[in-house]
Design a binder for this molecule. Structure first.
Ligand code: CS2
Ligand code: MG
Length: 405
C-alpha cells in the first residue's frame, strides 16, 4: 500500500477584489494544492483568525485523503461546536480537501460525489429597483440575458432603501466605520408587495419563475398573509419570510399558504433545519457549502432533505466566492434533489484573483470538467487587493426599534 500523502502547508488569504473574500489554501507533500472558500460577509477576520490560530496548525502532517476524519476532528474537537464562524472555517478546509482528493483521483468533484444526475443547473438571479417599474425593468434586462428565474425586490413607498439589498457606502474612505442603517415598515411592505408581483405577471406572463426574499422581517402570521396574498401569482418561492431560529413557527405559515417556502442561507448545520425538513415545513433548503461545514456536511443536509421531498436552492450571493459557486455546481450536478442555484455575479475584480471553469448559459449554470472543483486562486494577485472592513447593513423600524435586515 502506497505511503499516504501528508498536508505540508495551510494558510488563509484575505483579499478584497471588489469585496472581501477569505480563501483557504492547503498544500501536500505530493505537490497537490486545494483551495476552499471561508468567506463570512462582515465577519471575515473572525473566520480567518479561527482558522489561522485554531485549526490550520493542527492540519499539518494530517493525511489529506481523510476528509471525514478531519471534519469530525474539527467539529467534535471544537467543543464549542456549530455557529457561522466555526462552520465556515471548517467548510474552507473541507472544500480544499475535496478539491485535493478529486485532483488526486483525476476527476471533477461531481464524479467523486457519485456522478451526474443532470448536465445543467437551473439558476436564478437578482432584479432590484426603487420602484415597481424599475424592478420590472431590471427583471426584463435579466430575461434578455436568458434568465428563466428572477428574484424581484422593489422599494416600498415611504421607505428609504430597497430591503435585502446592500447600500452603497464610500469605499474611498477605506475601512467602513459602522454599518449602514436601513428602515422598515412591515404593514407598508405587506400592502405593496402583491402589486409588485401582479405587475410582474401582467408584464412577463406565467412562465418566468418569480422569486422573492422577505429577508427575515416578518412574524409567522405576517408571513402567512404574504404567502396567501402572493398565491395568485404562482411564485417559485418566498425566501426567509421569518427569522429561522424558531423552526416550529413555520408550522403556522405552512398551514396558511401554498406559496413555496425557502430558507437556510444563515444556517450552519443540519440541526438548524431538522424540524423544517422532517415536518416538510419548507420546499427548498438554502444552506450552502461555505457556511454549513463544507461538502461533507451539506451532503448530509441534502440527503435528509431528499427523504422529505425538500430540494436544494443553494445561496449564491456575490459574497460567496467563485470557489463556493464551483463546489456548489459540482454538488448540484450530483444531487438527486437539486432545485435551483442562486447566481448573483461576482465583482469584475474577482476574476483578477480567481479563475473558474463553470459557466452560465441561457438560464442555466454548468459545472466544469477540470479535476477538482475547477476554481483557481492567484495568491500573488490577491496581494494587490488588501482587506477593508465592510459591514452588512442593519435595519430599524420607523420608530427606531432595531429590526432584522
Ligand atoms: C440575500 C443575500 O442572496 C440572498 O438571498 O439574502 O444577498 C444576503 O443578503 C447576503 O448574502 C448577506 O451577506
Ligand atoms: Mg436571502
Amino acid at each position: 500500500m502506497s505511503k499516504p500523502d501528508r498536508i505540508t502547508a495551510a494558510r488563509v488569504i484575505v483579499a478584497s477584489p471588489g469585496r472581501n473574500y477569505v480563501t483557504v489554501k492547503i498544500e501536500t507533500a505530493s505537490g497537490l494544492v486545494g483551495i476552499g472558500d471561508a468567506t463570512l460577509n462582515g465577519r471575515e477576520l473572525a473566520v480567518a483568525a479561527y482558522l489561522t490560530e485554531h485549526l490550520l496548525p493542527a492540519l499539518i502532517g494530517r493525511d489529506p485523503a481523510r476528509i471525514e476524519d478531519t471534519w469530525q476532528y474539527f467539529y467534535r474537537g471544537a467543543y464549542w461546536r456549530r455557529g457561522p464562524v466555526t462552520m465556515t472555517a471548517i467548510a474552507g478546509i473541507d472544500v480544499a480537501l475535496w478539491d485535493i482528493k478529486a485532483k488526486a483521483a483525476g476527476m471533477p468533484l461531481y464524479q467523486l460525489l457519485g456522478g451526474a444526475s443532470r448536465d445543467r443547473m437551473l439558476c436564478y438571479t437578482h432584479a432590484d429597483g426603487a420602484s415597481i417599474e424599475d424592478a420590472l425593468d431590471a427583471t426584463d434586462a435579466k430575461r434578455q440575458q436568458g434568465f428563466r428565474a428572477v428574484r424581484i425586490q422593489a422599494g416600498v413607498p415611504g421607505l428609504e432603501r430597497v430591503y435585502g439589498v446592500h447600500g452603497a457606502h464610500d469605499t474611498a474612505a477605506g475601512h467602513q466605520p459602522a454599518p449602514l442603517e436601513g428602515d422598515w415598515d412591515t404593514a407598508a411592505y405587506l400592502r405593496h408587495t402583491p402589486g409588485l408581483f401582479e405587475a410582474a405577471r401582467t408584464r412577463f406572463g406565467p412562465d418566468l419563475h418569480l422569486l422573492h426574499d422577505a429577508h427575515h422581517r416578518l412574524s409567522p402570521n405576517e408571513a402567512a398573509q404574504l404567502g396567501r396574498s402572493l398565491e395568485p401569482y404562482g411564485l417559485f418561492w418566498v425566501e426567509d419570510p421569518v427569522p429561522a431560529e424558531d423552526q416550529t413557527a413555520w408550522r403556522r405559515i405552512r398551514q396558511q399558504t401554498t406559496t413555496p417556502l425557502a430558507v437556510g442561507e444563515v444556517f450552519n448545520s443540519i440541526w438548524d433545519a431538522q424540524t423544517l425538513i422532517t415536518e416538510r415545513l419548507i420546499d427548498y433548503i438554502r444552506s450552502t457549502i461555505v457556511h454549513a461545514g463544507g461538502v461533507t456536511h451539506v451532503r448530509r443536509i441534502a440527503e435528509l432533505a431528499a427523504l422529505y421531498n425538500v430540494r436544494t436552492g443553494f445561496h449564491g450571493a456575490n459574497d460567496l466566492s467563485p470557489i463556493t459557486m464551483g463546489a456548489a455546481l459540482h454538488f448540484g450536478r450530483w444531487a438527486p434533489n437539486f432545485g435551483i442555484q442562486e447566481y448573483a455575479s461576482h465583482p469584475p475584480e474577482a476574476a483578477e484573483i480567481f479563475g473558474w471553469d463553470w459557466r452560465y448559459e441561457a438560464g442555466d449554470l454548468y459545472s466544469g470538467e477540470t479535476p477538482g472543483h475547477g476554481v483557481t486562486f492567484d495568491e500573488a494577485a490577491a496581494a494587490r487587493f488588501p482587506y477593508e472592513r465592510h459591514y452588512l447593513d442593519v435595519n430599524r423600524l420607523k420608530d427606531g426599534t432595531m429590526w432584522d435586515w
